[in-house]
Ligand binder design. Sequence first.
Ligand code: HEC
Ligand code: HEC
Length: 388
Amino acid sequence: MQKIVKVLFILLVAAVLVVDVAPQRAASSSMNFQVPRGLPQDLWESLIPADNPLTPEKIALGEKLFFDKRLSADRTVSCATCHDPALGFADSNAVAVGVELKKGARNSPSIINAVFNELQFWDGRAPSLEEQAKLPLINPIEMGMKDHDAVVERVKEIPEYRVEFEKVFGSEGITIDTIVKAIAAFERVQLSGDAPFDRFIAGDASAISESAKRGWELFNGKARCISCHAFNSTNPFFSDFKFHNIGVAAKDRNFSQLARKAQQLIAANKDRQRIQDELALSPGFSELGRYLVTGEPRDIGAFKTSMLRDVELTAPYMHDGSEKTLLDVIKFYDRGGEVNPNLDGGMRPLKLTDQEMFDLVEFLKTLTSDASKKRFYSLKPQTREPAK
Ligand code: HEC
Ligand code: HEC
């Protein structure tokens, strides 16, 4: 009898715990959203912030904002101008082009799988998708709005947004925080998985070609790519999410002078985040990379290891768009990168044969998801006519 009571008691405690825990979990998984094959469902769920749960309505609102040119000063640029789903959620320019066709200094990365980035941007200067989204809106060469109040005013002018924000955010209404929350919610479900490589890893030996299989061997062995472009079941994104100087930025020789000047400008400015963002996109200073964020001399010229899923669709490559094709990238690595005082110890000439370089490219192409490829071949690219 006592035993039964004890068992009942344990069951009761368990039930209370489940009831207690359930609402929190429901916040992220209420939509029963299933990540594509090859991506870790648990990790994805854990990356949905408690204060920004996903709902279908919020994602739809975020999508609308992401594609809305009215969020830029001259109404010609939306997030999607530079992160175009028809171009792998990146664009085909070497460096991004914003309002009034102003040129930045960095290549637009894809926002696909960006939810998995430990830090956002090539130099990691934003800690979350929400914080990231605040910056392009007010960067003078991206969307060019004067400040966040101006963005909020612009959105408030549009009657349908007033209705939709109230539906999604209730009395919070339209603020810079709810704007970026909706955009981040949309980004969190832009995922790339279920590529031929995932089917190969899951056991289908015929999913990729013999050449690609040799490329995968090289990636893990002679070519040493895996040492930075990490891959395992909990991190299947081909990035260690660390910052390395692989010699792309080394074309600018006068790093120490640039570094000093950047420090002076940052020290003299009240808004640290905003000045960092402007320096990151201005020619010259941009090449300082992670150093602009940390001020550590060893971070000069260091950039975040790119994730490699869908990389086939997002040419040109590297933080400055300096490599036109994947074969060019492999040739760059084969040379050992551009020699400079901060070059990562993992970089050295690889002595690859032509066939080996070709095999590596074939392997990289197996990381393109069917869904992304379909969008690439079926969607029309974004245009620059002003929004009405
Ligand atoms: C004018 C082109 C342009 C526009 C407009 C733009 N971006 Fe970007 N985006 C870039 C560039 C260039 C970078 C990389 C800059 C850097 O790292 O310093 C970037 C980086 C990002 C990243 C980080 C990805 C990563 O891998 O680190 C995200 C996420 C992102 N943008 C989302 C957005 C959102 C959301 C908007 C709209 C609110 C937007 N972008 C508007 C060009 C643009
Ligand atoms: C020492 C670390 C390291 C090694 C080794 C390494 N990479 Fe990279 N990779 C990076 C970093 C960091 C970047 C971004 C660098 C930049 O833009 O300045 C990058 C960028 C890339 C890009 C461009 C992605 C884009 O969207 O622009 C490709 C493709 C790539 N690497 C493939 C490879 C391959 C293939 C190998 C092996 C031959 C390799 N990497 C070896 C760290 C490394």
